[in-house]
Write a protein that binds this ligand. Structure first.
Ligand SMILES: [Ca+2]
Length: 311
């Protein structure tokens, strides 16, 4: 059975690369794209998703729907310092020609999962987990039906929003807790892994050599994104989100361990921290995995191959 993915995202430079990787890799199919408030407002990230779909020449039958405009309990928080005012500053993008799906993203997620075979759909959230949490509450039967959830967020030993909290989890920790505790298989692609998926000058040259419009776009967006990360002391910018899609395509790229996982919801200094218990082998019933590393060179080879297959 082909792995069919719902990409739930807040594009976002690295979300854009995740979409392009999924669009160009023959091992996976995009079933739907849904958006969530995060890197920028819901209107901005939704427009960005439509523009990326246009650039990638994505089949117009693949639905794109707008989702939650803010986290479950907390005020909306965005990240213009990394992604600019548009959420995808830097490259020029084509005007969208397709219409949004009229459904709310949460309904589209539910409809897509329930209309598919059990185990057919993998959820790949690369933003706050608001939409997925709402979908679990609105239609709990999706938990049994989804093959697995592979999300970008959290970290075992490191944070970027706070000392021990990562942006996607920190801006909507309650939603993350609902998704992680739901009982379906969950793989957390956190900062321990994604900080190893970096754009070195050599990788940047390799992207230039691909020669497609999509590859040129990725190069341009990485120039903006790399400059933003340099301000925060990163020599090479890490691209977080596409590691999720890469893990689905080739699980050997990412080093994961099974471990009990929880989200801190009451910590004074650690709100939104993802707490993985690595002290001993996980119990048999444990269905959460955490990523601890990624093979950067092979990861980019996968991205390059996908970009070479796109317009
Ligand atoms: Ca994202």
């Amino acid at each position: 059975m082909t792995r069919r993915l719902i990409l739930d995202c807040d594009p976002g430079h690295d979300d854009a690369i995740a979409i392009l990787l999924a669009a160009g890799d023959p091992g996976v199919e995009i079933a739907a794209i849904t958006t969530v408030s995060g890197n920028q407002s819901i209107e901005k990230v939704t427009r960005n998703a439509l523009q990326i779909a246009e650039l990638a020449g994505l089949d117009a039958r693949i639905p794109i729907a707008q989702g939650a405009h803010r986290p479950l309990l907390r005020e909306a928080e965005h990240a213009p310092e990394y992604h600019g005012e548009s959420g995808l500053d830097g490259p020029r993008l084509p005007e969208p020609t397709r219409a949004l799906d009229p459904r709310h993203a949460v309904q589209l997620i539910i409809d897509t999962v329930m209309a598919s075979e059990p185990g057919e759909i993998t959820l790949v959230p690369t933003g706050a987990l608001t939409n997925i949490a709402l979908a679990v509450r609105l239609e709990p039967r999706i938990v049994e039906r989804v093959r697995e959830v592979v999300f970008m967020g959290g970290g075992v030993h490191v944070g970027n929003h706070g000392p021990f909290s990562e942006f996607n989890v920190a801006i909507d920790p309650e939603a993350a807790a609902i998704v992680i505790d739901a009982g379906w298989p969950v793989t957390m692609i956190g900062l321990d892994a994604t900080h190893q998926a970096v754009v070195t000058p050599e990788i940047r040259s390799r992207l230039d050599a691909v020669g497609t419009r999509s590859a040129a776009f990725v190069g341009e967006l990485l120039d903006f994104y790399g400059a933003a990360y340099a301000v925060y002391g990163f020599e090479h910018p890490p691209v977080h989100d596409p590691v999720t899609v890469a893990q689905v395509i080739d699980p050997t790229l990412v080093r994961t361990v099974r471990a009990p996982l929880a989200v801190e919801l009451t910590g004074t200094h650690t709100l939104g921290m993802t707490v993985a218990d690595l002290r001993a082998e996980a119990p048999e019933a444990c269905c959460t995995w955490v990523a601890l590393g990624v093979e950067n060179d092979r990861f980019w080879t996968l991205v390059e191959s996908a970009l070479a297959r796109l317009p």
